[in-house]
Design a binder for this molecule. Structure first.
Ligand code: FMN
Length: 217
């Protein structure tokens, strides 16, 4: 079946996209409001999009029932945010942070997560997260009717000592037990089912292909 996105209801497009573009990493994003209140919320419209410069992207969506996102307003006002990645251990707390808290309530404190002071930006990072990225906004694009796409540059990274070999710059990704967002509202995936498929050098591949052809001929 094919779908022409130009003539579809917003929610139908949303359902088709989020159920098929899976899994998505989850950014638990901390920001600070003009009044100094720490805000924490998860976003799965999130990914790394460039290594040089080191850039991440966030998609902030508004709807009739959630007409604004504190995260977007705070990034607009301060130009800073922190992304903490979500492990299985802190998944329930991440889920609490997604509730529609009033603007003046600190989700991180309410959910039982610990705010650790960042080094360069003002918003704190989540101490219990295996890895966090301090970011400065590069650009906010206003898209659709009130949605925002934010691109941020990573200026500092925190990795829990248990997961890093700093001599080799090796992060033990399986040990971090990060989760990803799947289809539907409440489905997630564990990252414990990885498999290894080394990249193939073209010259090696072509030599093997020619050797087989030669054998057959
Ligand atoms: C796992 C998960 C992923 C989410 N991803 C997004 C997203 O990519 N974009 C978005 O606008 N809202 C997303 N949400 C919903 C927001 O987290 C939620 O609306 C939150 O209350 C926004 O908080 P804020 O107003 O403090 O920014 C997600 C929720 C969950 C549980």
């Amino acid at each position: 079946m094919d779908f022409d996105f130009r003539n579809m209801e917003r929610m139908d497009r949303y359902k088709l996209m989020v159920s098929s573009i899976v899994p998505r990493p989850i950014a638990l994003v901390t920001t600070i409001s003009r009044d100094g209140i720490v805000n924490t919320a998860p976003f799965s419209f999130f990914n790394a999009v460039s290594a040089e410069p080191p850039l991440v992207v966030l998609g902030l969506e508004v709807t009739d029932y959630a007409p604004r996102k504190d995260t977007g307003d705070n990034i607009r006002d301060s130009g800073e945010f922190v992304v903490s990645l979500v492990s299985e251990t802190i998944a329930p707390q991440m889920n609490l942070c997604a509730m529609d808290f009033p603007t003046d309530e600190d989700e991180m404190a309410q959910s039982g997560l610990t705010a650790a002071p960042s080094t360069i930006v003002k918003p704190p990072y989540v101490k219990e997260s295996p890895v966090s990225f301090e970011c400065k906004r590069v650009v906010t694009m206003e898209v659709g009717t009130g949605n925002r796409v934010v691109i941020g540059e990573v200026v500092y990274m925190h990795v829990d000592d248990r997961f890093i070999d700093s001599e080799k710059m090796y992060v033990d990704a399986p040990a971090m037990q990060l989760i990803g967002r799947m289809h539907g509202r409440g489905w997630y995936v564990r990252t414990g089912d990885a498999f290894d498929m080394p990249r193939i050098d073209y010259r090696v591949w072509a030599a093997e292909r020619d050797r087989k052809r030669g054998t057959r001929g």
